[in-house]
Structures are given as C-alpha cells and as structure tokens.
Design a protein around this ligand. Sequence first.
Ligand SMILES: NC(=O)c1ccc[n+]([C@@H]2O[C@H](COP(=O)([O-])OP(=O)(O)OC[C@H]3O[C@@H](n4cnc5c(N)ncnc54)[C@H](O)[C@@H]3O)[C@@H](O)[C@H]2O)c1
Length: 356
Amino acid sequence: MEKYKIAVIPGDGIGTEVIAEGVKVLEKIAHIDGSFAFSFDYFPWGCEYYCKTGKVMDDDGLERLSKFDAIYLGAVGAPNVPDHISLRDLLIKIRQGFDQYVNLRPVKLLAGAPCPIKNINREDINMVVIRENSEGEYAGAGDWLYKGKEQEVVLQTSVFSRKGTERIIRYAYELARHENKTITSISKGNALNYSMVFWDEVFSEVGKEYPDVKQYTYLVDAAAMFFVKDPARFQVVVTSNLFGDILTDLGAAIAGGMGLAAGANINPEKKYPSMFEPIHGSAPDIAGKGIANPMASIWSAAQMLEFFGKKEWSNKIIRAIEKVLTEKTVLTADFGGKASTKAVGEEIIRQLSLLC
Ligand SMILES: NC(=O)c1ccc[n+]([C@@H]2O[C@H](COP(=O)([O-])OP(=O)(O)OC[C@H]3O[C@@H](n4cnc5c(N)ncnc54)[C@H](O)[C@@H]3O)[C@@H](O)[C@H]2O)c1
C-alpha cells in the first residue's frame, strides 16, 4: 500500500479549524480508496509558538519537514506578532528553503459559488495563476539605513534571476500547452524598467519554443481591471511574486471569496516537499468561533491529491464542494449560511461518499 507522510502545520486562528476538516477529508478518501494511506505528523509552529518560545518555527524545522512527502498548512498570523515576522520566519522560509518556486492558484468559479460580478457566465472565470514564489519582490533583499535618523533610508530590492524567471515562465508555458490553453504574462515593464523589462524579454524568448500556445501580455494595472471586467481573457496566467499575491486575492473575490481560494506551493522537481494551503490568513476576526469556511483548505487538499497523481480523487472533492454549494443547505456565514466549519466539512464528506 502506498503511504504518504504529511506534515501538518495548522498554524494560528482559523488555520487550526479549517485544516482539521481537510485532514478528515483526506482520511476518508484513503479509507474509501483502500490502495493508499496517509500519516499525519503535527507541528505546533506559528504565532502562539513564537510567544512561548521566541521562534515561529524551530531552528531545525526545514530539516524535519524535509522527511515528508507534503506539507499541509493552515495559516499563520496573529494581531500580537508583527506580520513580517510570522510570514518570513515560517511561510517564506519554507517556500524559499524548499525551492517551492511555483505558487499555483486556481481562480475558478465553482457551480453554486457566489460572484460579485453581475451577469457573468460561470465558465468565464476559469483560470490558473502561476505566481513566481521564490524570489522577485519577496526575495527579502534590502537594507534599513540610519534608522530613526533624519537621513533614514530603506531599500527593498527585487531579485529576478535568469534561472528563476525562466523556470517559472517555462512551467506556465508547459501547463498551457498541456491543457491547450492560452498564456498571459502580467508585468509592469513601463515603470519597472529593469526587472519587468527583463521579465517581458524572457517571456517572449521562452515563448518562441511554444509557437502552438497563444500568448498575451498585460500590464498589471490593466490586468487588475480585466480580472473584474472580462475575466474570460485569462486562462493560464504567469506573474511575479508580488503581483501574483495581489491578483489572486482579487481572483478569490470574483470566484467565491477567501473561504474558497486554494493554493499549492510546488517544487516541481520533487527534491523537497511541496506545501498546500488555503490562501486566506488566520482571520482573527472570526477565529475560535467555529464559523470559518473550510472549503479553501479542502480544495488545497484536493491539489495535494492531484500532486500525488490522484486526479480522480481531486476532481471528486471539487464536485463534492460544488454539491454543497449548489444545495445551499449547509453553508458557513461568508456564504449566507449558519453552519459551523465542522458541519460543512462533514457535509463535504457526505457528498463525497455519495459520489463513490
Ligand atoms: N498564508 C498565510 O498564512 C496568510 C495569508 C494571508 C494573511 N495571513 C495573516 O493572517 C492574519 C490576518 O490577515 P487578514 O485579515 O489580512 O486576511 P485573512 O485572509 O485572514 O482575512 C480577511 C477577511 O476574510 C475573512 N476570511 C478569511 N478566510 C476565511 C474563511 N476561511 N472563512 C470565512 N471568512 C474568511 C476574514 O474573516 C476577514 O474578514 C494576518 O496576521 C496576516 O499576516 C496569513
């Protein structure tokens, strides 16, 4: 029997609540399928851990995580810990340390999901955003000079290496070719005259190897407008770390909201474990109430199954979520319902069982 070792980092706030439901879904699937199993090892890292120990993650964290097949993460962040500490010392440390250079975020309006855009055809919102995840604007390069003095200066340097830029763009081209879709590069070459001019050049150079893939380029400001006005333009999108971060929250807003937005941080070479997570944060405003929507974390579990080559199970999870969304009887408050996180998780498992 195949066995997948999963490192679970529930994190803070609603992270712990939604991840519990995702784990139950994975366990249920392994039980129904019978040909594979999961083992789950839990790590208590996050802001609460930081308050107790002074560390968001243990010093040997990456070494311990490297033994797993995948990482399943809830969310990190708490009002009493500066966000740049929790983000950099856990999330970005894992993404960069494990060279998870692909951040794959589906923006797809599922059947039954609410959409704030009027008169939209559901199938017009169906793209996948490939966000560069290892360098760019989030490389962490810079300096803070003359702190507190009159001549204070801060530098935040974007890093775009040829290797890093080429590999993410190539990944997106391969995906577009494989799925017979168009590709759109989103950049800002008119204002960022080094990094984004370089990005555009690499996109065009690599594109010569993919004459069969229809290619588009947009400035990020125009792209943000078209995400809302005409999302059907986008199928496979490739963009930088910062732009991808922002655009995928916009993508979440047009495709059901933060409770329904999943993301995978992938090391395609499988040299290191990949990490799967809902893209939302720890939501301190609703944490501890048991009312968070677990659909995003369950969708990210579906991404994990797809990564393990179990596409059929991944599709079944999405269909089960769609069933719950269309029946509208068991929904959390963000979708106008009164159900708890747990009840929605149980309902998705029930629908999953009916599909089998
Ligand atoms: N990947 C991560 O771990 C991650 C991502 C984003 C933010 N954060 C951190 O999370 C904390 C809160 O950040 P924020 O408030 O900007 O973003 P957030 O995503 O936590 O919340 C934004 C809004 O969306 C709602 N929301 C989010 N997820 C939901 C869900 N599953 N169900 C229902 N409603 C949901 C929240 O209630 C809130 O109103 C901060 O400390 C931030 O740094 C972490």
